[in-house]
Write a protein that binds this ligand. Structure first.
Ligand code: C2E
Ligand code: CA
Ligand code: CA
Length: 258
């Protein structure tokens, strides 16, 4: 795997995040892909846990951030208006003592505007040493970088961390959207999470939106943003460029109908 990282066998896909009310594009989340020379395309669900165990996730995570920022700047230089760039940050990275200097290096090298970056961290971050974690998140916020809690609702059982962390966004895990239409209890939980998030001043993104029926429910619950196959699968940089040129946030046409 380390060899593949050196040899550029990894590449990035970008999945749109959409404003549920207007259909306009909020931004994209970067998702890593691995083309193994012999085994073909390997899912991140398979290799990320191994990269976490071996520690390779640390250089890999910085590579993803750096390449995403470079691509983002290419998009701006092609006349595409600014949008939000979300990148996953692993817990291993968050625990690195030189996290902030690494990220500052990437920012100054790529000259990206930090206000456009969101880092997504899973809620199991509270299992790490909270003092250091919060310190790192505060430093990222001070730079202008926003923080989203990923896979919200599945990992960590205490909600009290929500008041202690400098967060801007909750990403509701896809599992709450599965069975949304058939299980009333899922609707109650979803509505409650959205209200809780809003009362804490957070924006809410629903993950794994696959049907227009789910979208209608999310809209009725005042959910802010959605991400999922209904809007778009993760795209190559060329396909994302084509989408940016035709869609929505340039002229506010709903992305789903373009
Ligand atoms: P995640 O961060 O929760 O990313 C969302 C995953 O859901 C992506 O899977 C995406 O392709 C998938 N997805 C999006 N919309 C839908 C939908 O409507 N239906 C279904 N069934 N799936 C949908 P992917 O790309 O396979 O990534 C899996 C996980 O691997 C990610 O989950 C994330 O935890 C991790 N990952 C991916 N790239 C990176 C990275 O650069 N760094 C780190 N640390 N983790 C990464
Ligand atoms: Ca994510
Ligand atoms: Ca997720």
């Amino acid at each position: 795997m380390a060899h593949s990282l050196e040899q550029n066998k990894f590449h990035l896909h970008y999945q749109p995040q959409v404003d549920i009310k207007t259909g306009a594009l909020l931004g994209v989340e970067t998702l890593i892909r691995w083309h193994h020379p012999r085994l073909g395309l390997i899912s991140p669900a398979e290799f990320i846990p191994i990269a976490e165990q071996t520690g390779l996730i640390v250089p890999m995570g910085y590579w993803v951030l750096q390449q995403s920022c470079l691509q983002y700047q290419r998009w701006l230089s092609q006349g595409i208006p600014p949008f939000k760039l979300s990148v996953n940050l692993s817990l291993r990275q968050l625990q690195e003592t030189n996290l902030i200097s690494e990220i500052k290096n990437i920012v100054s090298q790529t000259k990206i505007n930090c206000q456009q970056i969101t880092l997504e961290v899973t809620e199991s971050l509270m299992l790490c040493e909270p003092g250091e974690t919060i310190h790192h998140l505060n430093q990222l916020n001070d730079m202008g970088i926003q923080i989203a809690i990923d896979d919200f609702g599945v990992g960590y059982s205490s909600l009290s961390y929500l008041k202690d962390l400098p967060l801007q966004t909750l990403k509701i895990d896809k599992s709450f959207l599965d069975d949304l239409l058939t299980r009333e209890k899922n609707q109650v939980i979803l509505q409650t999470i959205i209200e809780l998030g809003h009362r804490l001043g957070l924006k809410i993104i629903a993950e794994g939106v696959e049907s227009s029926e789910q979208l209608a429910v999310l809209k009725s619950m005042d959910c802010d943003y959605g991400q999922g196959y209904l809007f778009s699968r993760p795209l190559t940089d060329q396909d994302a460029t084509a989408l940016f040129r035709t869609s929505s946030f340039l002229d506010s046409r709903p992305l789903a109908t373009v």
